[in-house]
Write a protein that binds this ligand. Sequence first.
Ligand code: XIL
Length: 312
Amino acid sequence: DGLHARAVAAGKKYFGTEISGYVMNDASANNIAKNSQDFGQYTAENEMKFDALEPSRGTFSYANADRIVAQAQANGQIMRCHALIWHSQVPSWVTNGRFDNATLISILKNHIANVVGHYKGKCYAWDVVNEALNEDGTYRSSDSVWGRTIGPAFIPIAFKAAAEADPQAKLYYNDYNCDKPGAKSTGAQNLIRMVKAYGAPIHGMGLQGHLTTGQVGSASQYVSNLQAFANLGVEVAFTELDIATPSSNPNFNQQATDYATIVSACKQVAACIGITTWGFTDKYTWISNSYPLIWDRNLQKKAAYNAILNAW
Ligand code: XIL
């Protein structure tokens, strides 16, 4: 029994976690991550990002990411692979290179061909494009080297390149603040239509789900949002769920209720195939001064654990 076992019993593909090399170096924490009853899936926190994998042009560095994939395979856990093209964590040789449109397109295609080729058959899904939208649902451009040099066409170009390198992988668009209906969620739906209009494959919408305790609200708004994506013919997943509560004044019961709300919403929509949390212990979280996860700093289960178990 566990978080993943319950998700599978509810007809889902996985409950998973983000993990990274420094967490794996903490043997007690890593023992939690290795329990395949709780976690059937991993996402690498930083190890598969552009700057980690292609630190200089044409030189690929796979060892740190391979270590995560190897642990997943040893435990029978699947990988969501994250993330091919993002405006952040891009190496300076790309952002400062002043490449023209055609050259940057070839850099993008070469990166995707190498990386997706290296992991061919090992990734259930790829986050092909991450965070390409502004909050109002328009395409990000000035603060993205991809958007400002290539324009929104970089998005379908990336999906086509990923599909060529691994035809079996589910190809996702992934973003934050698309969890509920609103301008950015509508923008993501338009982005999916745009990719399809270019004749490129897109199979999934990743809802990051970086949420705040007490602001989650009711399941129904998440259900209708998930359904709106499902209506476009793509699957949906919560890909980076964490629910912040301040370490100075945490509210773990409300946090447990909020985790259960998201699980319940996913359970209610067939196209929602799984949930990944962005880490599992408050000992290792990217959100400073917060206790957003399911195990506490001492690696003990919090109220959220049983709330999730019972919500499946
Ligand atoms: C975060 C990592 O957790 C941090 O270690 C890193 O410094 C910045 O990126 N959206 C994403 C993730 O898609 O890749 C981000 O991960 C969190 C927000």
